[in-house]
Design a protein around this ligand. Structure first.
Ligand code: MLT
Length: 279
């Protein structure tokens, strides 16, 4: 991995890259950073991996996130700063998936294809928004540990088969350490940005790039129905539901995930509107 420090509006972002060739951008979920993609390092044998720490997270904590639109603009800025001239394949998990959707709408010239993972198109319900505000207040009082305790059981698949997977303890450890390292102010700001994100359903009807949808069969945060709805709405999609995985499919089922991404890059679903396959 090579580490870059690149400018984006009013801040500097840390970006990790590896490999050569077609750019594949990996956008992490909340409240994590680029380390959630460690099991995807092998993809660098095939593509140029670009894994930023989004504003507020990991090595990019000089400023906090205020909206998904801002995070999408940051991704466009970092691609320019890294001299990426061809449209990229944009892969985002959950919050990273929301950012990927905004990038496709706001900066279509930057996007050759999408991989939307354990995410959804819809906005928060009022109850979900209120729960985020409560959680932000709790994290302010009690620290990141309360967030790790609340989130990890919901991030990972709960079935006996999933809990028995050999790498389960290591995945839990990675998630806990990563969550504990994120600044409280960044967590609180991102909870606000997540809660106020717009519904993308209408906008995504018009995004015609080849899109791979991946979801864990046991995802409790964005269950398979969310991605099934996206499959109906978006013109050019393929859906994969991964057994024994929850909301962290790339970590929980890395071999299945990586194989699905490579297969998608080789054989993207046909386009209805004549959009180009991944460059
Ligand atoms: C994530 O994994 O990024 C979050 O669960 C997103 C969300 O809470 O909507």
């Amino acid at each position: 991995m090579t580490i870059h420090h690149v400018p984006a509006a009013g801040t500097t972002l840390t970006v990790h890259t590896a490999g050569l060739g077609r750019p594949l951008v990996l956008l992490h979920g909340f409240p994590l950073d680029h380390r959630m993609w460690e099991a995807q390092a092998a993809l660098a044998d095939h593509v140029r991996l670009i894994a930023p720490d989004l504003r507020g997270f990991g090595g990019s904590t000089a400023a906090v996130a205020t909206s998904m639109e801002q995070l999408a603009d940051d991704v466009a800025a970092l691609l320019a700063a890294l001299h990426v001239t061809t449209p990229a394949v944009i892969c985002g998990l959950s919050m990273g998936g929301y950012v990927a959707q905004h990038l496709a709408v706001r900066h279509p010239d930057r996007v050759a294809a999408l991989v939307l993972v354990d995410t959804k198109l819809e906005a928060d319900t009022p109850d979900a928004r209120a729960a985020r505000a409560d959680l932000a207040a709790k994290v302010g009082r009690l620290g990141q540990g309360i967030l790790a305790d609340a989130m990890i059981p919901r991030l990972l698949a709960g079935s006996a088969a999933a809990r028995g997977l050999p790498h389960r303890a290591a995945v839990e450890e990675t998630l806990r350490l990563t969550i504990l390292e994120q600044p409280v102010a960044s967590i609180q700001a991102a909870l606000g940005a997540l809660g106020s994100r717009p519904d993308m359903t209408e906008a995504m009807r018009h995004v015609r790039v080849p899109t791979l949808l991946i979801v864990g069969a046991e995802d409790a945060i964005t269950p398979p129905e969310c991605l099934e709805r996206a499959e109906e709405i978006m013109p050019c999609t393929r859906l994969l539901i991964v057994p024994h995985a929850g909301h962290m499919t790339p970590l929980e089922a890395p071999a299945v995930f990586n194989a699905a991404v490579l297969e998608f890059l080789r054989h993207p679903p046909g386009t209805l509107g004549g959009a180009a396959p991944p460059a």
